[in-house]
Design a protein around this ligand. Structure first.
Ligand code: FAD
Length: 536
């Protein structure tokens, strides 16, 4: 049966396209799963979303207690254009759904030697700041940003908004060889790392440490990540850092409202334990309660490695094919402290990094040795700077995140946590001018890598899906259209294009768009070309 897409009140931009609506199961209600569900429903498909937890949003969860409100997971929102694109699918404007506040300076950096440096979006202002901070460093910064802009542009053209699992998916070979393409590939400096590239432009160690830190957005070592990830710096400089009023939690809340409006059948508290497969095709799923439900297509927002290892029979051909293609390493995990304080700290910005003394030693501990860094970098979020309502009057809902290795068998965080908590609090007291911090705590909670693993059902406690390690293939994650099982699509931080709020959301959009384009249709008008960030 052919029906016209979308109820007229929610008609998306693709009008007059006739499709066979498919029955689609989405596993997981993280940002990627919610985004995929909304896009598919906006395009006229019937969607049921299964979420193991009682809440929607996955890691983008909230903790509200004793008058304090903490975003439990992501706090830094970049590239809101991705969200705009998802709401536009349903004819909605992002500005009506979320109140986004731009934050600039973007981060405040505290160093062990007492120096303080603000990261500013405006390149000229930043260059002047750097000249004062370390005379002679601004020219290198400008050159680094020019390189970063090129990487951003290459990502837009070849990497974003389509299902990519490797280099050959990036390039349209049918369009024929173009010299510009070769220039782009060479510019990517495949085989070079972020750390090496940053230092080529900016040798000053403290500025290099700041620029290295963009790889922490993907939970990976700057020394092990490919140079193309230098593009993240320009993405943030050009498109800004944003705070949704109500916290980052407002993002999944807005998506959940949209999904409900579009008729998605949301089933929180319903885990999925198995994919049903016939021949080479997925035909449905089995819930934890033992209910078998047939679907035309499945989108898995569960970790992509665990989807293949646990939701499929590990000895089945698709599971074996996935395993054989490549070994994926989990990204880093983290320890998060939620500290309800009876005072605020005026010298903090909304986002702050309190850097380690020796970044090489820090990253070596986390990413090579697989042990917590003895002197870690602490990311500190002070949201009352922007929204005082997160804490009782005059207080602060301080959030502290320290990256930690993904779980190893000998990590017993119940035993490790108390000593590590003290390392973190001492570091903040010493390097971020908060000597009275401990005495100002009125409420306290925390997550260890083990808690993150258990709560969000991730791979070995990873907070950013799969690591981007490997100077040649590190940027590639499993493609959104499964190569191993027909009818299976992957969305979320452990699928292409990777982790972080904007990328997980884009991943959901790509999974939905790819599925929709693969679906049998009777198009009266051609589908629109996929958007590129640069083209809008
Ligand atoms: C502490 C922390 C800080 C972070 N900081 C930032 C930040 O500042 N900025 C940023 O951009 N990103 C940040 N991130 C990363 C960001 O949160 C993630 O990349 C993003 O939210 C992942 O979205 P996802 O779509 O992969 O879904 P997830 O959030 O991983 O959700 C997947 C969902 O699938 C469900 N699920 C799994 N298996 C099943 C099953 N079998 N059946 C049913 N449901 C299942 C899970 O319960 C979960 O709810 C942070 C993450 C953490 C944890």
């Amino acid at each position: 049966m052919n029906v016209e897409r979308s109820p007229s009140s929610l008609r998306n931009h693709i009008t007059n396209v006739m499709v066979q609506p498919l029955k689609i199961g989405v596993i997981g209600g993280g940002l990627g799963g919610l985004a995929a569900a909304c896009v598919l429903a906006a395009r006229g498909h019937r969607v049921v979303l299964f979420e193991k937890n009682a809440w929607m949003g996955g890691k983008a969860a909230v903790l509200e207690e004793a008058g304090y409100r903490f975003d439990m997971g992501p706090t830094i929102l970049t590239i809101p254009e991705v969200l705009r694109r998802i709401f536009a699918e349903a004819g909605r404007s992002l500005d009506d759904e979320l109140d986004l506040v731009r934050l600039d300076p973007q981060w405040r950096c505290f160093y062990e030697d007492g120096a303080v440096l603000d990261l500013q979006a405006n390149v000229d202002q930043m260059a002047s700041t750097l000249e004062r901070f370390s005379p002679g460093s601004s020219a290198g910064y400008r050159s680094f940003l020019t390189f970063s802009e090129r990487m951003h542009s290459i990502s837009d053209r070849f990497f974003f908004w389509k299902s990519v699992g490797g280099l050959r998916d990036m390039i349209d070979f049918k369009a024929g060889f173009q010299p510009k393409m070769l220039a782009d590939i060479l510019a990517m400096r495949m085989g070079r790392s972020v750390a090496g590239t940053v230092r080529k432009y900016v040798p000053e160690p403290r500025i290099a440490q700041m620029l290295d830190h963009f790889t922490q957005y993907v939970g990976s070592s700057p020394a092990g990540s490919p140079a193309v990830l230098c593009g993240i710096a320009h993405m943030q400089t050009a498109e800004g850092i944003w705070y949704p009023r109500g916290g980052t939690r407002a993002v999944p809340q807005a998506l959940t409202r949209l999904a409900e409006d579009l008729g998605v059948d949301l089933r929180p508290g319903t885990g999925v334990r198995r994919l049903l497969v016939e021949g080479r095709r997925v035909t449905g799923l089995e819930t934890d309660a033992g209910e078998n439900i047939a679907f035309d297509r499945i989108v898995s927002n569960a970790d992509s490695v665990r989807t293949h290892a646990e939701l499929l029979d590990p000895q089945s051909p698709p599971a074996k094919r996935f395993r054989k293609r490549r070994t994926y390493e989990p990204a880093c995990s983290g320890v998060v402290l939620y500290l309800g304080l009876d005072r605020a700290y005026d010298h903090l910005l909304h986002h702050n990094f309190v850097f380690s003394r020796d970044p090489e030693a820090e990253f070596h501990a986390i990413y090579q040795n697989g042990e917590p860094a003895p002197d870690p970098t602490c990311y500190v979020c002070a949201p009352a700077r922007t929204e005082p309502e997160v804490a009782p009057a005059g207080g602060e809902a301080l959030y502290v995140l320290v990256h930690a290795p993904y779980l190893r068998p000998h990590h017993v965080w119940k035993e490790m946590y108390p000593a590590y908590r003290q390392v973190i609090l001492d570091k903040l007291a010493r390097c971020a001018a908060m000597p009275d911090l401990e005495s100002r705590i009125r409420f306290e909670s925390y997550l260890t890598p083990q808690d993150i693993h258990d709560r969000y059902h991730v791979l070995d406690g990873a907070i950013y899906g799969l690591a981007s390690h490997g100077k040649w293939v590190g940027a590639f994650k499993p493609a959104n259209r499964s190569r191993d099982l027909e009818g299976l699509y992957l969305a979320g931080g452990s699928a292409h294009p990777g982790p972080g709020m904007p990328m997980a959301l884009m991943s959901g959009w790509i999974a939905a768009d790819t599925l929709d384009r693969d679906a049998p249709t009777n198009s009266l008008t051609p589908r629109p070309a996929s958007p590129t960030m640069a083209g809008r």
